[in-house]
Write a protein that binds this ligand. Structure first.
Ligand SMILES: Nc1ncnc2c1ncn2[C@@H]1O[C@H](COP(=O)(O)OP(=O)(O)OP(=O)(O)O)[C@@H](O)[C@H]1O
Ligand SMILES: [Mg+2]
Length: 477
């Protein structure tokens, strides 16, 4: 029940500071209480053993005198005088000797009234040996009582009894004082622990508040800001670093996005401006039907260009959707490549370029995407290979798991400094010629995202004026 309540308390208390403070306070309480109880029990045991030993020693002396041949004056001194002298010390004790007829032979002055023989265990006890117990007198005094039954040689081995009582009120006062002080230390220590625990927990949590504030302050225009985690505790430093790294990634992605929308606007602006310019011109001047036909033809080209851009952007957006269902099927690579080559045959014939495909292999891929990828690399090869050139596809299985499709052309090649950027969106080696060639710079970006979706790899090597080789590595399954 208690455990359930504690559990409920922690599950309903959201604040980590409160939890840590409570944990700290409970731990400190347990520690302080354990120390106090340990010392308390140790002190009680020490005082009790001391008192017991003291009484036992006194009884031993009396017993010795009872059994010895010494005269009674030594016994009298031991029973009546010595305790009387110690009456105001901490060891205020009394002794009584009872003979085999149950008659009190001798006792310390004052013992008769304060401690009757009946207050002891059993004045008729015949069990040989010492026994002891605490006794609380009606007047509030506390005593340690001890009695011993022994045989007395002088009375023909009759059973005598020696009773001793030590007033332990002073010791009990010490114990009470200790208990009170221990309680005070426990309460003050606990309050102090709660205070310190709260400060420590709050201080530890301060960095989380910093992180919260930093997170709140981040906007699209302040993505460059980072948190200084150097002074943070080790455990939180990792969180701070991870947060900064996340900001790095978001900043890069955000700048890509900004760049992308810039490029997109730029790419669309050109055909739209041409469309507007041509249409305005046609509206302001009289034109012949042939000129209008020409204008429409030119407008159609620009519209096709816009449509090409939109279609490619849409394809990329769909391909980058993480929830995309690839719907892979078994493909005969040679057959698929041949199909695309047939599609581009007219264009190849125009430039008298010989397209050749060798080798065969099978793999699992999305057919539309696979064809799109082959189409993009082949259209590049055709676009950037001068007349009378050669384009070679070679297909092979690298091992049980991978298929390689290599495309070599004898085209213009790509300058080495452009190779690393060639797959970026809207990137072209020679943007000035892009309008004439109808290049948008999205072909290889699409190839890259198709390969990414299929866990494939892309490698481009090129020599200026000699040609380009594109190697596509695909997993079979
Ligand atoms: N086989 C090649 N030979 C020479 N240059 C190439 C070849 N393939 C690509 N490039 C260069 O890489 C650039 C990017 O190619 P990518 O296919 O991404 O765009 P694009 O062909 O210009 O336009 P898009 O394919 O969108 O119509 C091209 O502009 C071209 O400069
Ligand atoms: Mg291209």
């Amino acid at each position: 029940m208690l455990l359930k309540n504690v559990k409920n308390f922690f599950s309903s208390t959201r604040s980590i500071t409160t939890r840590l403070t409570v944990f700290y306070a409970v731990a400190t309480f347990i520690l302080l209480a354990a120390i106090a109880i340990f010392l308390y029990l140790g002190m009680i045991s020490f005082l009790y053993q001391n008192d017991k030993q003291f009484l036992a020693d006194e009884i031993d002396v009396v017993q010795y005198l009872l059994g010895s041949d010494l005269d009674q004056s030594a016994l009298k001194h031991e029973v009546r005088d010595v305790p009387f002298v110690l009456a105001h010390s901490m060891y205020h004790y009394s002794i009584r000797v009872i003979d085999h007829n149950n008659q009190i032979v001798m006792q310390t002055p004052g013992m008769r009234d304060a401690l009757k023989a009946a207050d002891f265990f059993n004045k008729t006890s015949t069990n040989i040996g010492k026994r002891d117990q605490w006794w609380f007198a009606p007047n509030g005094d506390k005593y340690l009582l001890m009695e011993v039954v022994s045989q007395n040689k002088q009375s023909g081995n009759g059973v005598w009894m020696v009773q001793a009582a030590l007033n332990v009120s002073a010791q009990h006062a010490i114990i009470n004082l200790y208990r009170q002080r221990a309680m005070t230390v426990l309460v003050v220590g606990e309050l102090f622990a709660i205070f310190i625990g709260y400060l420590i927990a709050r201080r530890g949590m301060r960095r989380l508040y910093d992180l919260t504030e930093a997170t709140k302050a981040i906007t699209a225009t302040s993505l460059h800001q980072r948190i200084d985690t150097e002074s943070w505790p080790k455990e939180l430093r990792q969180l701070g670093r991870a947060f900064n790294q996340m900001l790095d990634r978001i900043e890069v992605a955000f700048s890509h996005l900004t760049q992308f929308s810039d490029d997109l606007a730029h790419e669309l602006r050109t055909p739209v401006n041409i469309l507007m310019g041509q249409t305005e011109l046609a509206l302001t001047q009289e034109s012949s039907p042939e000129e209008y036909a020409q204008l429409l033809e030119s407008n159609l080209e620009e519209l096709q260009r816009i449509s090409h851009i939109i279609e490619n952007i849409l394809f990329l957006a769909r391909a980058e959707n993480p929830q995309i269902d690839l719907k892979k099927i078994q493909l005969d690579v040679h057959h698929e490549v041949n199909k695309i080559c047939e599609f581009y045959q007219a264009m190849a014939d125009d430039k008298n370029i010989h397209v050749n495909c060798r080798g065969t292999a099978c793999l699992m891929a999305n057919q539309v995407m696979f064809r799109r990828m082959i189409s993009n690399v082949l259209s590049n090869a055709l676009k950037y290979t001068p007349a009378n050139g050669k384009i070679n596809f070679s297909i092979r299985e690298i091992d049980d798991e991978k298929v390689e499709i290599k495309l070599q052309d004898t085209g213009i090649g790509i300058p080495a400094e452009h190779l690393p950027s060639i797959m970026k969106r809207f990137y072209r080696v020679d943007p000035s010629r892009s309008h004439d060639t109808g290049s948008v710079g999205l072909g290889l970006a699409i190839v890259k995202s198709i390969l990414f979706l299929h866990d494939g790899e892309l490698d481009i090597t090129s020599e200026l004026g000699q040609g380009t080789t594109i190697t596509l590595t695909f997993p079979k399954a």
